[in-house]
Design a protein around this ligand. Structure first.
Ligand code: MF3
Ligand code: CO
Length: 258
């Protein structure tokens, strides 16, 4: 079931999103060679709690941490660990969610650890561009197939793979609501978007094969061919007659089309 949000409810999601943005900015600044993924997790959790919010990932279906930290070939759901020390040249996706006043925010980014290769940076840039192309299609009257196609066509034109086993999602009072938001699709097909829908769009893009395996911990997904993977996510609100609001990116303004 898809729940539409009224302006007061979207205002609460905006507040939650703004806090998550601050948390992720701080965690991003803490990423450097020598830090552990457990340390990044603690940074996020403390900031969330200090601001009277609740880490939404912690204990979600038994998940044991407040962020997902997915390094190199890890796609998503990497469990932070004291044993995982970041090394120069790696890339890491940090995914985090919180609940503030009963409303959810969910966002992720991928960043290099110190200096990274040009190929790795290119993958990160392509993934972010996939998100923005999808988000531009997320307008009332368009369909989810338009959103997915925008991501897939750009990724594949650049020789990258779109992970298919994991998707974006509706979000609101729950972290995962209907509908699933695929990162691939056919223009003009799928659910029609309406004002008041709030969704998380989260492309996961690999430098090689799009197929994934899951680690023995039952959480961490990796590319099957162990190629690098990047992930980028924001929670957005669909508007009537205009581009969506990026709830987890306060003060973001869309640039006019050239
Ligand atoms: N942030 C993930 C998503 O975008 C969910 C994380 S699953 C959890 O849907 F178990 F880690 F919480
Ligand atoms: Co999500």
């Amino acid at each position: 079931m898809i729940s539409l949000k009224n302006p007061d409810q979207i205002a609460k999601m905006r507040t939650a999103g703004a806090l998550l943005y601050e948390v992720l900015q701080q965690v991003r600044a803490a990423v450097k060679p020598g830090v552990t993924t457990a340390y990044l997790n603690n940074c996020a959790e403390q900031l969330i709690r200090k601001n009277h919010a609740i880490p939404s990932f912690l204990n979600y279906e038994g998940y044991p941490a407040s962020i997902c930290a997915s390094v190199d070939d890890a796609v998503v759901h990497g469990i932070p660990s004291e044993k995982q020390v970041l090394k120069e040249g790696q890339i890491i996706s940090i995914d985090c969610g919180l609940v503030l006043d009963g409303w959810q925010a969910d966002s992720a980014f991928t960043v290099g650890v110190g200096e990274i290769s040009a190929e790795a940076q290119r993958l990160i840039d392509i993934t972010e561009e996939c998100f923005w192309r999808s988000a531009r299609q997320a307008v009332a009257g368009n369909r989810l197939g338009d959103v997915g196609y925008a991501c897939q066509s750009f990724a594949e034109a650049n020789g990258c793979g779109v992970i298919r086993d994991l998707t974006g999602h509706g979000i609101g009072r729950e972290m995962h609501e209907d509908p699933p938001v695929y990162n691939f699709g056919t223009p003009g097909r799928g659910l029609r978007l309406r004002k008041g829908m709030t969704i998380a769009i989260e492309p996961m893009i690999s430098a090689g094969d799009w197929r994934v395996t899951c680690d023995p911990d039952k959480w961490c997904y990796r590319t099957r061919d162990r190629s690098l993977c990047s992930h980028y996510e924001h929670t957005i609100a669909i508007n009537e007659g205009g581009l969506p609001e990026i709830l987890t990116y306060p003060d973001f303004v869309w640039k006019e089309e050239a």
